[in-house]
Design a protein around this ligand. Structure first.
Ligand code: C2E
Ligand code: MG
Ligand code: MG
Length: 726
């Protein structure tokens, strides 16, 4: 509607003319005198009465502020009055109230009217109920915000909170909004409410609606909440004036099952209008959508961030969260934890068993470490652990070390495992990939050590890795050119103090890299599978030597060979040993095999089978480095070993009472299960005396002889030199 703003009429004639005009308009219209500072209403048309339920006489000489109510925005009131006073044209939307107290959005337009002297005399104010339109706009806006929240990976709880917050802030009535959802067990759980305190929301969980209630799914239920026992209960502790009536609408799944309820608690108990019902319907649809999308997102997220074999978080999950830590300036460490026996377990029981081991390990880590700010994810054949904060890795290591004391149940077998751990500390100066790479380098170092062990990344770690790469490259060459030789360390009988045999130890003097100690290349050879060839080569060289001496009619003594556990489990192992052995005529009692302690624990049955078959052909076996791993003592008597070798670390600290007791126990144990105890690494007279006192029958060590070349051993045998003559 356009009105000519300069109608050439005197003030009185103008007024009458405007009255007639306004009565013919199909919008609520007021005529306001702006020359009086109270801005009185001089006339209201019939449409205005219909819209506001105020009769004409009730508004005459009042001003527009009569329509204001509790939720009318102060700023908009001021804005409207200012424009009225100055008589300037204006359009605005304001929340107004009818005489009966229902709120509506009022779209107001101000038209200044001038008299024939061009002076503004009146303002013609037209108004229109645009509640539906405004609510629609709000819902569109809310929908947009909800989609954005879903896109930003917000969780369902925060999305539903957002919805209830917007409803409470912008709805035309003063309401509290709660959203309750059923969980998988059909327990109801409050998911949203902005203004209500948690105490009240939790109480509202008790609403008497169950998924089986036979509700008419399209209806909205208006209920006098004040009449419920719950109201009485809550209002004892909480001022609940505002909660009078409540409207409840069911939230349905796409399959039309009840998934929750939306409740608006409102202050006024006025009747619901069709627009309220429409609004609620649209809100429940929006909530339904939010739930559906949130569920889909969760599924997608699960696929992207979780490992399907173990259900553990995967490396992407780890990297994403680690980079968040880095962005917020956190400090901490990352450790890659690898079960040494992983490959063996996969070979024996299959891939699922490997995955199972990793998830059991992850669970134990969570349980033993018991820290909140922790990231635990699967990373290939390892677990990667991230902890933020000031406490360093070594403090946590004590707990990690403990978790291997109890066997893991793999494919129904009790299995002891050992852990190799590489870790690095992090701060903002590093990228996520650098941190993982550094932990990997440290892990490579730790893999070269026995038992549970850890290494930290250091600047020179990269150098060590390069060295390892060189060793890997040279191993094949060395095997081809037979650069490996065996050295022999005599074993001494403690009763006669005579040499009773030898242990064969591998030595490598590389033409390219110089002398490399076994502790460096044996673990690498094990990792690369080359150890099998090295062990067989040593075996062959020992047989050649023994055969030569036999052929010359010279005396020989038993020689023990170290056999790598990997080799021991190789299905071809027995065949290879037998084939090599059969090429010579050395009696089997002159050959012994040493395997490290953890071997029988991975697969007790297979270990027993192999040991039995070796025994059948006359070859005896020893358990090497006893006490370092985690032998299950109950298995030990059933395995046909003939010797237990007490690890050097115990012998070297026998002067400590605790260690002395351990050595004593091992010697006793060996006696009880009819095995011989052999002490390793004897370096002093005192150690020998103590071992003799404990009844240890034999041993080896620098105190008697260092490992020597075959020709030196030859000389030793030929001169019949014994330890006491030395
Ligand atoms: P091991 O079988 O326990 O061998 C004993 C180690 O202790 C040898 O180290 C030996 O030189 C050292 N040793 C002996 N007496 C003393 C002593 O009184 N004091 C000190 N400090 N050390 C002493 P080596 O030769 O460096 O071998 C290290 C490990 O490498 C061996 O431990 C064994 O597990 C492995 N190894 C050596 N040769 C072979 C081999 O041919 N095949 C396999 N699979 N492993 C081997
Ligand atoms: Mg040995
Ligand atoms: Mg040993």
């Amino acid at each position: 509607m356009t009105i000519d703003q300069s109608i050439p009429l005197s003030k009185d004639r103008l007024f009458n003319w405007l009255k007639t005009l306004s009565n013919q308009l199909s919008k609520g219209t007021l005529l306001i005198d702006i020359n009086d500072e109270n801005l009185p209403i001089l006339h209201a048309n019939p449409y205005f009465s219909k819209l506001t339920t105020f009769e004409n006489k009730q508004v005459i000489n009042q001003n527009i502020n009569i329509l204001n109510g509790k939720r009318t925005n102060e700023k908009t009131i001021e804005d409207l009055n200012l424009h009225l006073k100055s008589g300037s044209p204006k359009k605005l939307t304001i929340l107004h109230y009818t005489k009966e107290g229902s709120a509506f959005w009022n779209s107001i337009t101000l038209h200044p009217i001038r008299n024939d002297e061009k002076i503004i005399q009146y303002v013609l104010l037209t108004c229109e109920d645009t509640t539906e339109e405004t609510l629609n706009k709000m819902i569109y806006k809310l929908e947009h915000e909800v989609y954005q929240a879903i896109d930003n990976e917000n969780n369902l709880q925060s999305i539903l909170n957002l919805i209830s917050e917007k409803i409470e802030l912008f709805y035309i009535r003063d309401v509290y909004c709660t959203i309750h959802l059923y969980n998988k067990n059909y327990e109801i759980k409050s998911m949203g409410s902005y203004k209500l305190p948690e105490y009240v929301i939790n109480k509202l969980d008790l609403l008497e609606i169950t998924p089986n209630s036979s509700f008419n799914k399209s209806a909205v239920y208006l209920k006098d909440f004040t009449a419920t026992p719950l109201y009485a209960d809550i209002s004892e502790n909480y001022e609940l004036d505002a909660l009078k009536g409540s409207w409840t609408k069911l939230i349905l799944t796409p399959q039309n099952e009840v998934s929750g309820i939306l409740t608006l608690f409102n202050q006024d108990s006025t009747e619901l209008k069709q627009i309220d019902i429409n609004y609620l319907n649209r809100l429940t649809l929006l909530i339904q959508l939010a739930i559906k999308y949130a569920e889909q997102k969760i599924q997608l997220r699960h696929l992207a961030f979780y490992d399907s074999e173990t259900s553990l978080p995967n490396i992407h999950f780890f990297k994403t969260h680690l980079s968040e830590w880095l962005n917020t300036g956190e400090l901490g460490f990352v450790a890659i934890i690898h079960p040494t026996e992983f490959n063996k377990i996969v070979d024996l029981y299959g891939r699922n068993a490997g995955a199972d081991l990793l998830s059991q390990l992850a669970n134990r880590l969570r349980e033993y470490l018991a820290v909140d700010d922790v990231l635990i994810s699967r990373f290939s054949n390892s677990i990667v652990l991230g902890i933020k904060g000031e406490i360093g890795f070594t403090t946590y290591y004590q707990k990690i070390d403990l978790l291997t004391l109890i066997p893991f149940l793999i494919d129904n077998n009790e299995t002891y495992i050992t852990l190799k751990i590489g870790y690095t500390t992090f701060d903002q100066s590093l990228t996520v990939d650098q941190i993982i790479h550094q932990s990997d380098i440290a892990l490579s170092k730790a893999r070269n050590r026995s038992g549970n062990s850890f290494e930290v990344y250091e600047e020179n770690s990269t150098k060590q890795l390069i060295e390892e790469m060189e060793i890997i490259n040279q191993l094949a060459y060395a095997l081809h050119h037979e650069e490996f030789v065996v050295y022999l360390q005599p074993k001494i009988n403690f009763t006669t103090i005579e040499v009773e045999g030898f242990e064969a130890l591998s030595r490598w003097n590389s033409s390219r890299l110089g002398f490399i100690p076994p502790n460096k290349y044996i673990p690498i050879a094990e990792e690369t599978g080359k150890i099998k060839e090295i062990d067989l080569l040593n075996f062959k060289n020992i047989l050649i030597w023994l055969q030569k001496r036999l052929n010359k009619g010279k005396r020989i003594l038993p020689v023990s060979l170290n056999i790598s556990p990997d080799h021991f489990y190789d299905p071809l192992f027995l065949e290879n040993i037998q084939n090599t052995f059969n090429q010579f005529h050395v009696p089997p009692q002159f050959i012994k095999l040493e395997v490290t302690e953890s071997i029988e624990l991975v697969d007790f049955k297979r270990a027993k089978d192999i040991l039995d078959q070796l025994k059948a052909i006359g070859i005896e076996c020893s358990i090497d480095d006893f006490g370092v791993g985690f032998s299950s003592l109950s298995y030990l008597p059933q395995l046909p070993f003939s010797e237990i070798k007490i690890d050097r670390s115990f012998v070297s600290s026998m002067d400590e009472p605790g260690m002395y007791a351990i050595v004593q126990t091992i010697i006793l144990l060996a006696k009880n299960i009819k095995m011989r105890a052999i002490a390793e690494g004897i370096e002093t007279k005192e150690q020998l005396a103590m071992l003799q006192q404990l009844g240890c029958p034999a041993g080896q060590g620098y105190y008697f002889y260092k490992p020597m070349s075959i020709s030196d051993a030859e000389q030793l045998l030929d001169t019949k030199k014994t330890a006491d003559e030395k």
